[in-house]
Design a protein around this ligand. Sequence first.
Ligand SMILES: [Cu+2]
Length: 507
Amino acid sequence: MTLTRRKFLQNTAALVAGRAAAKELDPNRLAKFVDPLPIPPVMKPLRGGGFRVAMREFTTKLHRDLPPARLWGYEGMSPGPTFEMRSGHPAVVEWVNELPARHFMPIDHELCGAEKDKPEVRAIVHVHGAKTRPEHDGYPENWYVPGESNKSLYPGVQDAAMLWYHDHAMGITRLNTYAGLFGAWIIRDDAEDELNLPRGRYEIPLILCDRFVNEDGGLFYPTSFKPGVVWTPEVFGNVMLVNGKAFPYLDVEPRKYRFRLLNASNGRFYFLSLSNGRPLAQIGSDQGLLPEPAPAKTIAIAPGERVDVIVDFSRAAGSSIVLESQTLGLMQFRVGSGRVADSSAVPAKLRTVERIPESAAVAVRRLVINECKDRAGDSMRMLLNNTPWRAPVTEKPVLGTTEIWEFVNTTDDSHPIHLHMVRFQILDRCNFASELFLVSGQMRITGARTPPEAAEAGWKDTVRAHPNMITRIIVPFTGYAGRYVWHCHVLEHEDNEMMRPYEILPA
Ligand SMILES: [Cu+2]
């Protein structure tokens, strides 16, 4: 039996088990596009400067016709409030754990870091894409319990980009994030302001995630059918949420809008398109603006990735357009009629992204993505380089140097690989003889190296490593020395130790 087949059966068994117990909602019964799109409020600083953010349990309706759901969120909302920051302006945030003492998601105590001797409720915040010292980066083992808090400093010395913050606690990241602990963190700078892109109420974050929702309106996290093992290899929910609502709508004017998209799903990839067949103009990715706009009819976004797009509704006055992912409607835009003034611009040249030459790299690391062993004869075990989390650190780049990391994906899945603290460029992808490599360790490249398309030609912090391909990135390790992590951003994989520490050595 192939891995894929077996995984499918495991998933099916898990879902059937879950369904029987939990009365899963049939999403087709939900009226579409009846709730207005919520827009998270901007996070307000304290009077003396800095921020204080509390993680809290709360209830909210995911859809007009559903009873309220129990969630966890920053400042008691999900998505949490949006941080609006200026490049070069540091911020101190006190993250306060005010969560209840018991978790409402099923914990798998067999996972590394989530053993029975660990407190059930633990949290640690990571600002994804932020350049910050290791002690402020949200190291997975630096979690703390309800009643405790942690202060972190974010220097903000980086280009304009949409980052995001979410929980990163060892062995339960997938559960804490699924419960609602995530939000947007936007950095702006003068160079971006000068472009005169749509802004203010014409710039809107769209945070995507999918969840299993029960008929009682609450969340449900599918578990394995095997007693004692709660981990499932991937979770694909039955309901799509945008900014925390199921199938919302947004009234827009017939003009240009800038949408800041974030995929905050545990495992779902989206392939975004508009129902009117018009292209989306992607202007940015994870770490800020692209060199130039990249129009595309479909835009892929993996868990952890961000996509910055311009949609021009000026020729769609009076119509409604659905934002879709593979024919699945996520949300609706209702375009007002008439004509409106629009002084915003989308310049043909957005910024300069100097390509880093391969010759700048002092080392090439081959990093293998494995999905190899059964755990307890039941679930997949997913690892990086066949190495568990607690093994000694093997990746030790020197501060100030540049390296090429090549991700050799021997699995049947695409894995979004994220490196903390640094930004990088994608060099290329190529096919290789995966079976031969697995059996003999011999590497045979079987196709041409394909450079990234325009949408991936900017600065990134998360890269899709496709199955049976080698994906190469070039990484300048600038910033700070110390211990960070790199991992797959499918959160189920991450919690299954598809995550490793890496250490930046002082120069
Ligand atoms: Cu993965």
